[in-house]
Design a protein around this ligand. Structure first.
Ligand code: G4P
Length: 527
């Protein structure tokens, strides 16, 4: 095991910031980049989010997609650490993209708005984190605005996100009266000055009993702070880093991203406690990052929207070994040996060609259609990485060809868009019709637009009232056959040829579950 490889792995922190739209993800990302010296002025990060108002404005989305390639991964050095932030699309119609990005990170920071608390998108994303036991740190944002009582927020986080919490910083008032944050982790006090550029004013204190606390925030707020802390110590057990790493306990920080307040504390604690790249499960075995042989998987494919340059960038997460430019690597699904002449890494806002990269890093590989989401690339060993499940879509439509002369183009277009992970394709076994499943209306528009502009194929959507797609299996072949026979009108196959039951209502699904106890119904494709 080489020392260089070990050192590079130990200093890497690869994570994603997730939140419900508008909680402050973009703002926090930007402030972290400021601290990392990756950017020099606030406002430099163009938001990758697609604003709610623009939901049907496809051209606007395209423009933003252009920006989002550059901001998909942001790497920077902070002290001895190499930090990789993986951006996730803010718009909920691209949730599937976010789920996949979460398979490529070792931890996450969740941003919650202090006034709004836990919102729908946060809850969903947390479920994905829980499936993978991803360590989570929570940043409660917008303390400069009126919001909820911090104890109440903690209770809500615990109840709604189903994870134990432990505050590591504590606000002194909130909104108009917000005075600052006491850092429990380091026993220090930072006073709040509303200023978007200036960094916090720190008060020299020994601990919370120090009279300088009273001088800084006034006697009554100092007393309240001490009482709050006493309560915290009484209610919440000591912070246990092991529990955090196991995904069972989320440390909580309070601050205001917009005012760059509480952000450095978050970052400093994050680099100390967050995990470096972890072993990754493949079907064959578990791969440790320290292994000399290179391995990685494709978790995202970003298509070039310009029809004249139909190339893609495949985002490869490195799982083990050192990745080298121009080295021969095996593309496991096709068995081809490929050499990558122009892999890019993402440092700050720029893409640069890199000669080498390490576990935890993401490299962008220009591709002309070799890669599918989930593909493994290795030095030679036949490894198939797991952990890129498809989730049951929430919206379904039949896709129909409207130009019979272009059916081949349509076929190819659908195939490639599905390989890219834009949506999911199911083929009904009863009537052979193709069903596209998405998590939002916007994706149907994206598909229609791209089929036309990139493949010259025209399609139309036909409504389909469907509740969920469930992957089914059973140890009992007879029961499985009986089920398929009974439900033959509702049976489909996914792109890998697996059996999927298309339930048209929750009631029908429940009935099916009751009537066929030998059948297992799964809501993700990996089980
Ligand atoms: P998102 O990526 O999670 O969707 O959220 P984003 O960072 O874009 O923040 C959403 C809005 O909340 C922005 O305002 C942003 O300025 C504001 N915001 C973020 N952090 C704080 C904070 O600590 N305090 C306060 N008061 N506001 C905060 P906007 O008006 O929607 O956008 P913009 O026009 O200012 O960019």
């Amino acid at each position: 095991m080489s020392q260089q490889l070990n050192d590079e792995i130990a200093r890497r922190r690869t994570f994603a910031i997730i939140s419900h739209p508008d909680a402050g993800k973009t703002t926090l990302t930007e402030k972290l980049l400021l601290y990392g010296g990756a950017i020099h002025v606030a406002g430099a990060v163009k938001s990758n989010k697609i604003k709610k108002t623009a939901t049907s404005d496809w051209m606007e989305i395209e423009k933003q997609r252009g920006i989002s390639v550059a901001t998909s991964v942001m790497g920077f050095d902070y002290g001895d650490y190499k930090i990789n932030i993986l951006d996730t699309p803010g718009h909920q119609d691209f949730a599937e993209d976010t789920y996949r990005t979460l398979t490529a990170v070792d931890s996450v920071i969740i941003v919650v708005d202090v006034a709004k608390g836990v919102e729908q998108q946060t809850r969903k994303l947390m479920e994905v984190c829980r499936m993978r036991n991803t360590p989570v740190i929570i940043f409660v944002n917008k303390l400069d605005r009126e919001g909820r009582d911090p104890f109440e927020i903690l209770d809500e986080l615990e109840a709604e996100l189903k994870i134990a919490v432990r505050p590591l910083s504590w606000p002194i008032n909130i909104g108009q009266k917000f005075k600052g944050v006491y850092n429990i982790y380091e026993q220090s006090l930072d006073l709040f000055t509303p200023n978007k550029q200036k960094v916090t004013e720190r008060v020299e204190i020994d601990n919370v009993e120090d009279p300088r606390v009273d001088e800084a925030v006034g006697e009554s707020d100092a007393t309240k702070l001490r009482e709050d802390l006493e309560l915290i110590e009484g209610v919440y057990p000591e912070f246990d880093p092991e529990q955090y790493l196991a995904g069972e306990l989320a440390p909580v920080f309070f601050g205001s991203a917009l005012n760059t307040f509480g952000v450095k504390e978050l970052l400093d604690c994050f680099v100390k406690i967050a995990p470096s790249p972890k072993p990754v499960d493949a079907e064959e075995r578990t791969i440790k990052p320290q292994e000399e042989q290179f391995s990685g998987f494709v978790f995202k494919i970003h298509a070039n929207m310009d029809p004249n340059h139909r190339s893609c960038i495949a985002f490869v997460k490195i799982c083990s070994g050192k990745f080298e430019r121009n080295a021969p690597y095996k593309h496991i699904r096709t068995g081809k040996t490929l050499k990558f002449a122009a892999p890019t890494a993402f440092m700050a806002q720029k893409k640069n060609i890199v000669d080498e990269a390490f576990p935890g890093d993401i490299v962008g590989i220009p591709d002309t259609g070799n890669f599918k989401i989930g593909d493994s690339v290795t030095s030679g060993e036949a490894i198939h990485f797991k952990g890129l499940p498809s989730f049951s879509p929430e919206m379904f439509k039949y896709i129909e060809n409207t130009d019979p002369m272009k059916s081949k183009q349509l076929e190819k277009g659908i195939q490639q868009l599905m390989d890219e992970g834009v949506a999911q394709l199911f083929v009904n076994q009863f009537n052979g019709r193709k069903i596209i499943g998405t998590v939002g209306q916007l994706q149907f528009e994206v598909i229609q637009y791209r089929l036309l502009h990139e493949y010259g194929a025209q399609c139309r959507w036909e409504p389909l009232s469907m509740y969920k797609a469930c992957w089914i299996e059973s140890d009992d072949a007879e029961a499985l056959n009986a089920f398929k026979k009974r439900k033959h009108q509702f049976m489909a196959v996914d792109r890998d040829g697996r059996d999927v039951f298309m339930a048209d209502s929750n009631y029908v699904l429940q009935m099916a579950q009751n009537d066929f106890p030998a059948i297992k119904f799964h809501f993700t494709s990996e089980f």
